[in-house]
Unconditional design. Structure first.
Length: 335
């Protein structure tokens, strides 16, 4: 398969988070063939039943290329035209996986060794695969993480603070609201306070942002609601400690607040001769925690179409990424 055929083949294997077994098997087979041809090794590391990371290496890896194999829902299959490959995961991150495999293959053909490829599960939900990998390092000095950055080397990425808010009340007939206690009104008051909360900014990463993602509650239109719940997602420009404290103070004790996920923002290094950018999304890099080496972040495609019904990756960027990854690897090998 050429790189476009491999991208489409990867897209066409549904791999929504928690259902990565088939894509893991496909990648294991692909990398086993490459390992056999160039005297490498491939291993799978079980994260949970039927969910495993795939790691291939040729010698002791100095540079490891890594990205995630899972996608967000809903699944839809691939198609292509003259310029783009479309489908769920096309840019996030099936095209990246294909470019990484081809970059490593071309370097192996040229006699290069000490390379690794690590594909992990679960990035789209809780980074379970990266967390597992962080506890099982292989001595790699550098990690090139793949996410859609339009082939620009990211100088930093925001973190995340995911929160759940729950309010409790007392049911009553809606004709006599004074006999009840509306959980929905309590929750709305708390969310309004969050919307007005000043959030920190960073000169490189920009402003923190807040999204109220889901709201649920109540029993019926004519019943004072006794329960309400919301999910909030904050994009961080720091470690999130001050933001979490400010949220707790703003909403007060009448709302039950639960911290579901906290991932700090990261600042990353550049390399001479590579175009740079800053991204607002979060990656597996903070979860790796340096266990797989000093991190760099780059990949083909735009985050603006990831997670959408029109997700695609430009073919020219996939081809370009192969050469960029090769240049990065050779540059990092000199360090």
């Amino acid at each position: 398969m050429n790189v476009f055929e491999l991208t489409r083949a990867l897209v066409d294997v549904e791999s929504i988070t928690l259902n990565e077994e088939r894509i893991g098997e496909m990648l294991f087979a692909q990398l086993s063939e490459l390992a056999s041809r160039y005297q490498g090794q491939v291993e799978r590391f079980e994260v949970e039943p039927k969910r495993f990371n795939v790691f291939a290496h040729w010698g002791q890896p100095v540079v490891t290329l890594s990205t995630h194999m899972d996608t967000v829902p809903p699944f839809f299959p691939s198609r292509e035209d003259a310029k783009n490959i479309w489908g769920r995961g096309a840019c996030d991150t099936k095209g990246i996986i294909a470019a990484m495999i081809f970059a490593v293959r071309e370097l192996l053909e040229q006699g290069q060794r000490n390379l690794g490829l690590l594909f992990v599960v679960g990035e789209e939900r809780n980074s379970a695969g990266a967390l597992h990998a962080s506890k099982h390092p292989w001595g790699s000095k550098f990690l090139i993480n793949g996410e859609p950055t339009e082939n620009k080397l990211a100088l930093g990425s925001k973190g995340v603070l995911r929160l759940e808010l729950e309010a409790a009340g007392r049911m009553a007939h809606s004709a006599y609201p004074e006999l009840g206690d509306s959980a929905i009104l309590k929750l709305l008051d708390a969310l309004e306070k969050l919307r007005r909360l000043p959030l920190p900014t960073d000169p490189v990463l920009g402003a923190s942002t807040l999204n109220i993602g889901t709201i649920a509650g109540g029993r019926a239109p004519n019943v004072i609601p006794d329960h309400a719940r919301a999910e909030v997602f904050i994009r961080l420009i720091d470690d999130g400690a001050a933001t979490c404290a400010a949220v707790k103070q703003a909403i007060g004790a009448s709302i039950d607040l639960r911290e579901v996920l906290s991932v700090p923002a990261v600042h990353l290094r550049s390399l001479p001769g590579f175009e740079t950018s800053v991204v607002a999304f979060t990656t597996d890099i903070p979860v790796f925690g340096g266990a797989w080496g000093e991190p760099y972040l780059l990949g083909p495609g735009s985050i603006h179409v990831a997670h959408t019904a029109e997700e695609f990756v430009p073919k020219d960027q996939v081809v370009e990424a192969i050469q960029i990854y090769k240049r990065m690897i050779l540059e990092l090998m000199k360090k």
